[in-house]
Design a protein around this ligand. Structure first.
Ligand SMILES: [Zn+2]
Length: 412
């Protein structure tokens, strides 16, 4: 049994911080949480005391990461990795990224696609206690049309990649794709129905047909798993929501009709603010970037803020997902997403709820709140994240407990 004590407790439910608090943990679950005076000190309990002025809060959840990727911003270097790294090498590298994420306070992450489906194997290894890392949900390969968002052209004709992405065609093809990923062990399905467009002046366009979106969602739901969709905006985004996608990622140009429908259906928005910021900065730093790329970057950066305001006004369910692995380092940069929610109009307490309780709800795991019965994913913070949200990005100010067990420090 462990008693965690601190000057302040943020329970993740959105309730105001509680002063002079304690959390009682037995095994991997929370037995009680509240005022230290009420919790008391059970005999023989181990005590974990936060530094003076410190805080207890739930472990963080990042609902959109790519543990298979390095955060490399240079596109040529990124492509080179595809040609030089075997899938087992990608998985072995991801072990380090998983530990970095955990050490920075992320006790759960949702991976969003990995060559060879390798992150499914990492998720199972973590769950079995063979390697240390956050709780992971993984979709295996993202499903995409030929030449689509995850099957990008640009490699030479003689380059062929086996099992790097899930290319499907037609409604039946997508049904088969869903079944293949579930056979491999996927926790959910990732689709690419609506993509950013850099071929002409349109900002987004359909890749999958409406029939393909519906078939994939129907099959996934029949098998009892959720569907996440890479989206940008407009009619293709509306079609993704209407077709049954449960979480929409990015969605820079979500219009009012789409946000209304999302609020009605309980569709999650994962706005990936941090990767937008990082990729726009990258494009701005490249004077020779193609004009369409520059325009898309500027317009998506501008659109993301009013979109967030309109989503908040409608009560659309929102979770924090950084897209770490693209333009962002695992661990060190995931927390930028929480800061951006605050810059985008959420209070620090709301942003913490989005990055804890909401993320856990999206992932369907019993964590994200410091309340009785939940998994004991707990951060002991040296500081007050409500007063200064940036303390969450300093691993030296965090002690991280997952399921009641403290994460080991990483070697430097
Ligand atoms: Zn992504």
């Amino acid at each position: 049994m462990i008693v965690f004590r601190a000057d302040r407790l943020i329970d993740g439910t959105g309730a105001p911080p509680l002063e002079g608090a304690a959390v009682l943990v037995e095994g991997e679950r929370i037995l009680d949480a509240g005022r230290a005076a009420d919790i008391g000190m059970p005999q023989g309990a181990e005590v974990v005391e936060a530094p003076a002025g410190g805080t207890l809060m739930p472990g963080l959840v990042d609902a959109h990461v790519h543990l298979a990727y390095s955060g490399q911003a240079d596109n040529r270097a990124f492509r080179a990795e595809s040609t030089t790294l075997n899938y087992p090498a990608i998985a072995l590298r991801a072990v380090r990224y998983a530990r970095e994420s955990l050490r920075h306070g992320y006790t759960s992450v949702r991976d969003m696609h990995a060559p060879g489906g390798t992150i499914i194997d990492l998720a199972r290894a973590v769950a079995a206690g063979r390697v240390e890392g956050p709780r992971i949900l993984a979709p295996g390969l993202g499903l995409t049309v030929t030449g689509g968002h995850m099957d990008q052209p640009g490699f030479a004709d003689h380059m062929a990649f086996a099992n790097m992405n899930g290319v499907c065609e037609g409604a039946d093809g997508f049904r088969t794709g869903v079944r293949a990923q579930l056979k491999r062990g996927a926790d959910f399905i990732k689709l690419n129905p609506c993509v950013s467009n850099r071929r002409d002046e349109r900002l987004y366009r359909f890749e999958m047909t409406v029939e393909e979106i519906r078939a994939a969602c129907d099959e996934a739901h029949e098998q009892g798993v959720m569907v996440a969709a890479h989206t940008s905006g407009g009619p293709p985004l509306l079609a993704a929501v209407e077709g049954g996608c449960d979480t929409v990622e990015h969605a820079h140009w979500a219009d009012d009709a789409t946000l209304d429908l999302m609020a009605e259906r309980g569709t999650w928005l994962v706005p990936t603010l941090a990767v937008n910021e990082a990729s726009t900065a990258h494009v701005r730093a490249q004077p020779d970037a193609p004009a369409l790329t520059r325009r898309w970057a500027e317009e998506s950066e501008a659109a993301k803020w009013p979109r967030l305001t309109r989503a908040k006004a409608r009560g659309v369910r929102v979770a924090a997902g950084s897209d770490a692995g693209f333009f962002l380092r695992h661990g060190a940069d995931n927390g930028r997403e929480i800061e951006l929610f605050v810059e985008g109009g959420y209070t620090p307490l709301e942003a913490i709820g989005i990055a804890t309780a909401s993320g856990a709800d999206l992932m369907g795991i019993e964590a994200g709140r410091l309340t009785p019965g939940k998994l004991a994913d707990i951060l002991v913070v040296d500081g007050d994240p409500v007063g200064d949200i940036t303390v969450l990005r300093d691993p030296n100010r965090l002690r991280v407990f997952k399921g009641g067990a403290e994460a080991a420090s990483l070697p430097h």
